[in-house]
Design a protein around this ligand. Structure first.
Ligand code: FAD
Length: 290
């Protein structure tokens, strides 16, 4: 099913994001993790696309297997990194042939050590070009795109980033998924500003339940996400206990999710880091409350 259809129903669209493991064994473990989350009735799960190398073909393989073997709707992430138009068209054809109906169209990051993104030969510089290309191909797919409540790190200003987002939407994106963030006010402000530039598509907030104290600064810096002072203090107070850190992370994300849904967010997209306990705990408590 196309994800755009899910947004037409009244229920929030819950989704889980995974990354492709490097080994066959890892892939089997991931399938087991996805199966464990099936009981939470996700609308779909998505699998990220690596910066290069062998995991790229695993993205295709995993979205196809999750859909076929577990029966959950899937979305394949796809980036412009290192791909010509012809290669991108071939990948999309493979996805369509495998019955995949949803693609998250992304630009991708510059390779490590480079500050600027450079298009591959006969490739694309911006995600909006990939979205337009996918539309031009006429592939029977629903197209998602990324957006950034705290602006994309390379963008000069939020307004500049919103103008770029508008181009992506005009090119044919069907729905949006945000970068992780920790302050819901950033999300709601962004949604308001997006509406002002004419972006009225569903904007699903990206939730990252913190489970590892050592990771937080690296991830927050990489994604340009601000960690609120109160949350940082709470985490620092318990940093020596893995369980207590996860407890703080889950409880914070749970409050975030409740507030987001109560105030009208169209769904929740969980960055699972290929693990299920935090996401399960949050959703179980969200639904228990009814
Ligand atoms: P774009 O929309 O092209 O934006 C990139 C930058 O260019 C922004 O600063 C934007 O303001 C600017 N810009 C856009 N269009 C124009 C224009 N016409 N003129 C001037 N400036 C412009 N990365 C992966 O490698 N694999 C993944 O699977 C993956 N999944 C992701 C999932 C989500 C939900 C999110 C939020 C991000 C994901 N990323 C992934 C990271 C993403 O690839 C990076 O954030 C990347 O730097 C930007 O991708 P984009 O599609 O948002 O790019």
């Amino acid at each position: 099913m196309r994800i755009c259809k899910l947004f037409e129903a009244a229920d929030p669209v819950i989704s889980f994001e995974f990354f492709p493991p490097k080994t066959d064994e890892g892939a089997e473990q991931l399938l087991a993790t996805v199966a464990e989350l099936q009981g939470l009735r996700p609308g779909y799960v998505s699998v990220t696309y690596g910066a290069g190398g062998s995991t790229r073909s695993r993205t295709l393989e995993l979205v196809a297997r999750i859909k076929r073997e577990i029966g959950i709707e899937t979305m394949a992430h796809l980036t412009c990194v290192g791909h010509s138009r012809m290669e991108l068209a071939e990948i999309v054809q493979q996805l369509v042939d495998a019955g995949i109906e949803n693609v998250l169209a992304l630009r991708g990051d510059p390779p490590k050590g480079e500050s600027e993104f450079r298009a591959a030969r006969d490739g694309f510089t911006y995600a909006s070009e990939l979205v337009a290309f996918l539309r031009q191909l006429g592939a029977p797919i629903c197209i998602g795109a990324a957006c950034y409540p705290e602006k994309h790190p390379e963008a000069g200003s939020l307004q500049h980033d919103l103008d770029a987002l508008r181009r992506k939407v005009d090119a044919g994106a069907d729905f949006l998924v945000t970068q992780l963030f920790f302050d819901n006010e950033d999300y709601f402000y962004f949604v308001r500003r997006a509406k002002e530039v004419g972006v009225t598509l569903p904007i699903t907030p990206g939730i990252w339940p913190i489970t590892n104290y050592k990771q937080i600064d690296k991830i927050a810096q990489l994604c340009g996400a601000r960690l609120p002072t109160d949350l940082r203090t709470e985490l620092e107070d318990v940093k020596d206990s893995v369980e207590a850190v996860a407890g703080v992370g889950v409880s914070y994300a749970l409050d975030q999710c409740r507030d987001l849904l109560e105030r009208g967010a169209p769904g929740l997209h969980f960055y699972t880091l290929n693990k299920s306990p935090a996401t399960r705990a949050i959703l179980a408590r969200l639904r228990h409350r009814g």
